[in-house]
Every structure is written in structure tokens, then in C-alpha cells.
Ligand binder design. Sequence first.
Ligand SMILES: [Zn+2]
Length: 452
Amino acid sequence: MKSLKINLRFILALLTILNISGFAQAQRPSDHVVLISIDGFRPDFYLEEKWPAPNLKQMVKEGTHATGVRGVFPSVTYPSHTTIITGVMPATHGIYYNSPFDPAQKTNRWYWETDLIKSKTLWHAVKDAGLKSASFIWPVSVGAPVDYNIPEFWDAAEGHGGVEPMREQENPAGLLAEMEREVLGKLNNRTFNGDYLSKEDRTGEMAAYVLEIYKPNLITVHLIATDHFQHMEGREGAMVYKSVAAADRAIGKIMEAAHRAGISDRTTFIVVGDHGFVDIHTALSPNVWLKDAGLLEDKADRGKWKATFHTSGASAFLHIKDMKDKKTVERVRKILNNQPQEVRDLFRIVEKEELKEIGADPNAVLALAPKPGVSFSGSASGEGVKPATGGTHGFFPDFKDIETGFVAWGAGIEQGRQIKEMGLEDVAPEVARLLNLDMKMPEARAYSESEK
Ligand SMILES: [Zn+2]
């Protein structure tokens, strides 16, 4: 009997050594990570009873969640999403805003292309590991090294939301047509529209279909309706409740797909956001002040200009034409400080040292961070101070309402754990841990180790 036992053990050990791929699998806590970002995701969506989010609330109960996640500056969509998939801050990954600052002219283009990211992304790391990835409507994903990719992209002239510009950037060619045939129906302005909830439904179906049929190891998915309706209606709008329900339903579709594909026990869901939201009452246009002082002209190329504010939601970054022009910077400071006290009280100046600390655009001379309730506009025409309604983000990420959320559930995730302190840069290390990926992220810490 004894020799038989030893022989069995020997055979098992030999099998483990020979079956190298099986061995690698055993080392990974998870085989499939579904990384979902809900744009404008707030922790109260899963912490408070009133929000209709049964899937998210199940994940909180059976998994790990954060009470709040500190974002980046500016707390807007593209820099934030790029921090999520690189584990580094904007100063390092190079996606400083949604739209690049172009000294030559004001432009409508956004940071669409992955080539603009200066750091290694999770998609690159997945590819390096010989694994497969998929991505749907993710920011800065045009041309990404992703096996099944429908990137977020639109024609600058046509505006946001067109299906065909996006189709032209798909990978592989024909993926969208295949999904239209098999699951989505024909995509058009009626069936895939960000002003309604139909885009949310279709995006969830895309991720669910590809997970079920192709079983990639990493899926990144971006759901956008909660952002749109919080901009329109503020934090507590009626449509915000419906969009939270729609995002939760999209997550449910992907959970069902994992179940049908028989990979539920080897799949992890991570739900994050890019920023929180703040209700606003006032909008400031600091470029109007610069125009009145003769530091720029109200033209697409800013005419003869010396200084301009590049605004990104509730943030404004000062750029000067000549980096050595200290005199102009002093003039701008004077203009800001000479505003009537009730206006000057609406924002603070974020100095270069603080920009460096938070990992923001290194090319900005300084930035303006408004009080909650106040937003910025980049316009150089009209009044410098105007009433505003709805909600916005972009704020310096140092208060509760601008924090986003984090929920993790499934393979490799601890049950019933609450994380009290976390930053957006801490998400990628968790995905890297789950899939055993090779990423260097010195600015982040794996949250799994942070509070133990
Ligand atoms: Zn966003």
C-alpha cells in the first residue's frame, strides 16, 4: 500500500511539471477579469439602499468594496481611465485631460489613441503574458493591442455618438457586424444612443457576447449613462436612478454570460468608476478675464496670446506661450487676485508643487480648483461669472463627493472586506495580481496588501 501511495504522488508531481499551462493556471487567482467602469460611479450607488443596483449589492455582500476611491486631477474621464489601466498618475501616463492642450489652436479632438499613452497598459501586459483581451467603448483605446476591440471614438466634426466612425476603428474587422447579427441588432442612433439608456444595454450585450463566445482573459468595459444624466440633472436626478439600474443590468448580462460559458468560478468582476459628481450653481470663464486684460483673443487660434486656461470640467490649467515669461504669470495672478472677493472665494490656486504631488500635467504653470458647486468654462466670450445647473466633475480630488467607487467579486476576491483608503492607481495592481501579469507600477500599491 505504501509504495502505491508514493507512486501516485510521484505521478501527480510529474503530471504537474509536464502540464505547464495547467500549472500556470493554478498560479493565477483568476482566468477571466471583467473590469467594468461606470462613468461617474459613486460609492453610494452600492452603499445606500435607495439605489436600484441588485447585482452590485450582491457583489458588495459576497466580495470586497471600497468606501471611496481618490481620483486624479483633473478628475475627468480620459486621464482617470488611463490611470485605471496603467496604475500610474497622468503626469506619468501622459493623458493629462480629455482633450490635449494644443498651443497652436483650440481643438475638438480628444486623446483617442492608445499610442498617446506613455506607460504600459493592462492590455499590453495581457498580450505579453500570451493571454487574450477584449474592450468595449473604453477611452483611449483606438489601436490598442486588444484582440476584440470596439473603442470609444467619434468624428470631431460630427460630434459624439456616431456608430460608423467607431466601426472604422474596430478590431478585428467585422466584429461589430458579427455582434449585430448575433446579439445586438443593427446599431444606429436609435439602438445605440448615449442620450438614452439604449447604449448601456448594447454595451453590456457586447461584453457578454464576447465573454461567452471567445472567453478572453481580460475585458475592459465602459458604461456611460450615469455620467450623462448626472451632468444633465445633478446627483439626485430621476434619470440618474434609471441609469444606475441600466448599468447594473449591463453587469447582470455579463454575469449571466460567464455562467452560460461555464467559467463563473474562474471569473472576477471588478467594477470601478472614474470620478464622482458634484451639483453646480455657478460657472466661471477665466479666459474672459485674460481676454479683457489683452492676454488672448477670442479666436480659434487665440490670436496674439500669451496665456490661456485649458479647462477640463471643474478645473482650469494655466498654459503660457513662452515658458520663461514670468511677467505674464505674475499678471495672471494679479487678475485672479483682483477679482471681487465673492468671486475670488469661489476657487483656489493650485501651485506647481501641488500639481506635481498629485501627478497632474507637468506643462501647466498652475491650476484653478473651484469650490464644490462651481464649474469652469474655457470660453473667452460672454460673462466671466454665470449661473449653472446640473452636475459636473474635474475638481481637485480632495473631498467626498468627487470620490468614485470600487467593488470586486468572484475568483480570487476576499468576501466581506471593506477598503477605507484607495486611489484609482491601485486598481491595475489588483488586476495584475489576479491574472499574474508583469507590470511595474511604483505609484500604486496592491490594495490587497495595504491594510493587512
Ligand atoms: Zn467620466
